[in-house]
Design a protein. Structure first.
Length: 367
């Protein structure tokens, strides 16, 4: 239990460090957690466990420890990001746009910071945490282990409920892409089913994925603006928020050319002042599949089949492989019942509703 407690303690300290960094710099909190229902950033815990296992001759002296500790922490950061991306199709931090980044997973400035930080932790923090981890009650450790391994929702035992939706129109929308590991599979599945959807892209994730962005447009899907940095726009001044949205528009225009890229504000939050300054409609959703939380195909299906109806806008994220699987299953379940899946812009057209700039929409109901 000793190493489990050290992992959790350092993960918690990493979570606090991230919150402090975000508060001091005004930057968006980079959520370096995984599926835990606790305030933990596991990459910090894993990095410190690796540093604690370095050979003694690599940790003699502060500078030597800082050098090898920084290399070790950076290697762990890269490996954890790689596994998240390749195995789970998620990206909890993204260094694109940061000076000298490597595949968005690590960057030189933070690699330099990790060195003295790990040396300080080993010299000053470890002596404080060692007795806590050593003498922590075994029962508490077992309870903690159950929480860490049992917090992901189990698959429902039975099949999802049959849809109550009547024939009509719905819009599938996907946020936080493009994802090189998941979006291609989604596009292939939608193409085979003759379905068009709407993709709200994060501007900072476009560089290096330009061909994928072009493919989305070429296959008939609508592309929208999901901000450049994916921060809460209401945490920014109106000028800062609009500058971020304009930066995303420019990133889209560099790849696709001039156009009207409708906005989906991150988390659905936008101020009235920001809304009034928009040159496009703002699109939220009427059915939140909570795919980001459950990562569970049956749970996503159950929400849609119970809640969705004619004119609804469905929220999913193509950065999760489970969401891609669920989206295609939603189509397979509802198309035979007469539901037609269209882009958000097409949904306005078929409902005879004229979208207005600076107006926030959650669903589209005709007269």
């Amino acid at each position: 239990m000793y190493w489990l407690w050290l992992f959790c303690l350092y993960s918690f300290l990493g979570y606090l460090l991230e919150k402090i960094f975000a508060a001091v710099t005004g930057a968006r909190h980079q959520v370096r957690k995984c599926f835990l229902l606790l305030p933990l950033c596991p990459v910090y815990g894993l990095a410190m466990l690796a540093v604690l296992h370095l050979p003694a001759d690599l940790t003699r002296g502060f500078l030597r420890l800082a050098f090898y500790g920084g290399l070790t922490a950076t290697a762990v950061e890269y490996a954890v990001h790689f596994l998240y991306d390749k195995l789970l199709g998620v990206m909890f931090w993204d260094y694109s746009g940061t000076h000298m980044d490597l595949n968005r997973r690590v960057c030189v400035p933070f690699a330099v910071i990790w060195g003295p930080l790990t040396a300080f932790a080993l010299r000053q923090v470890q002596p404080l945490l060692h007795p806590i981890a050593l003498h922590a009650p075994a029962g508490a450790g077992l309870a903690l282990l159950l929480v860490l391994t049992g917090c992901t929702p189990a698959e429902p035992a039975g099949p999802a409920a049959e849809p109550a939706a009547e024939p009509g129109y719905m819009a599938l929308t996907f946020d936080d892409g493009p994802s090189p590991s998941n979006t291609p599979r989604l596009l292939e599945g939608l193409s085979r089913r003759g379905v068009r959807a709407t993709f709200f892209l994060v501007g900072s994730r476009i560089e290096g994925r330009e061909d994928l962005v072009r493919r989305i447009r070429q296959e008939g899907h609508q592309i929208g603006n999901h901000s450049f940095g994916h921060g809460d726009l209401t945490d920014l001044s109106a000028a800062q928020a609009l500058a971020d949205l304009d930066k995303c528009n420019r990133a889209l225009e560099q790849v696709l050319g001039p156009g009207s890229y409708w906005l989906r504000p991150p988390y659905g939050f936008i101020s009235q002042e920001e809304l009034r300054a928009l040159g496009t409609p703002a699109i939220c959703w009427s059915v939140d599949t909570e795919d980001w939380k459950s990562r569970n195909v049956n749970s996503i299906l159950d929400i849609v089949l119970r809640q969705a109806g004619d004119g609804d806008i469905l929220l999913l994220h193509d950065c999760y492989p489970t969401s891609v699987t669920a989206a295609l299953e939603i189509v397979d379940r509802l198309q035979p019942r007469g539901v037609q899946f269209v882009t958000v812009e097409e949904l306005f057209a078929v409902k005879g509703v004229q979208p207005a700039c600076g107006t926030l929409y959650r669903r589209v109901r005709g007269e």
